[in-house]
Design a protein around this ligand. Sequence first.
Ligand SMILES: Nc1ncnc2c1ncn2[C@@H]1O[C@H](COP(=O)(O)OP(=O)(O)OP(=O)(O)O)[C@@H](O)[C@H]1O
Ligand SMILES: [Mg+2]
Length: 259
Amino acid sequence: MNSSHSISMEKLCYSINGRKILEDFDFALERGVNRTILGVSGAGKTTILKLLLGLLQPDSGRVCIGDVCITGQPEDRFMQQRKQIAIVFQGGALFDSMTVGENVGYRLFEAGQLSEAEIERIVLEKLSFVGVDAALNLYPSELSGGMKKRVAIARALAADPDYIFFDEPTTGLDPIGVYNICNLMQRLQAEGKTTLMVTHDLATAFATSERFTFLHQARMIFEGTEMEMRNSRIPEVQEFLAPTVQSIFTQNMNTNGRQ
Ligand SMILES: Nc1ncnc2c1ncn2[C@@H]1O[C@H](COP(=O)(O)OP(=O)(O)OP(=O)(O)O)[C@@H](O)[C@H]1O
Ligand SMILES: [Mg+2]
C-alpha cells in the first residue's frame, strides 16, 4: 500500500511523568483496512489516537499522515492532513450548551466556507444517517447514552473524513445500542471510510475490524487477523481472549508494579 494512503507511527516513544506509555511503537493504519487496537484499561489506547492526530507530541519517533510527517510541525502546517481524520471521543465530548444540530454543524460554521442552508442540509443528512434526526433541537442532557454516541458520530461525519477514529464507542451501551454502533461502523466502511477503533469490547472489535493490534506494557505484542489472534500463543493475548482466575493475580501485580 502506498504511504500516501496510510497513517503511521514509526519507532514512537511517549512517556508521562517518567512512565513509558509507548516504546518503539510501530503502527500503520492503511486506507481501506479497518483496524482495532486492543489492550487493557490504562494501556495507552487513547494516547495512541491523540498522538496520531498530533494532539500530543512524542518524545521520539514520528507520526505521518499520508506523505506528511506531522511530528514537530506547528498545527497549521498539517491542518489539511488532519481534516482527513475525525475522532469520536471516549464519552462523546458533546458541548452541553449547544443543541444536537449545533454540535454537529459547529465545525462547519467555524470553517466559514459553506452557507447556513448547506450546513443545515449536511447536519440533517448526518443525523438521519445515525438515526437521531428527531433530536435536532434537543440538548445533550436530554439524550440517552446511546443517542449521545450517535450524535458524536454524526458530528465526526460532518466534515466528510476519510478516516474515523472511535474511542471505546460501545462502553456503557445495552446490547441494542452496541448493535446499532456496529451497524453504523459497517455502513461507514461500506461507504469507503476507514475505521480505527480502540476498545476492550471484543465482540464489537471482531464485528467491525479485519486486523488487530494488541498493546501491552508500552509495546505492540501482536498484529494480525482474528484467526491469528485466536491461534496466538502469546500469553497476554490468550488471557485477554479468555481470562482465568490467574489473570486477576497478574493484573493486580501489574497495577501495583506501575511506576
Ligand atoms: N494527562 C495525564 N496525566 C497523567 N497520566 C496520564 C494522563 N493521560 C493519561 N495518563 C496515563 O497514561 C496511561 C494511558 O492512558 P490512556 O488514556 O491512553 O489509556 P487507555 O488504554 O485509553 O485506557 P482506558 O481503556 O481506560 O480508556 C494511563 O495509565 C493513564 O493513567
Ligand atoms: Mg481510553
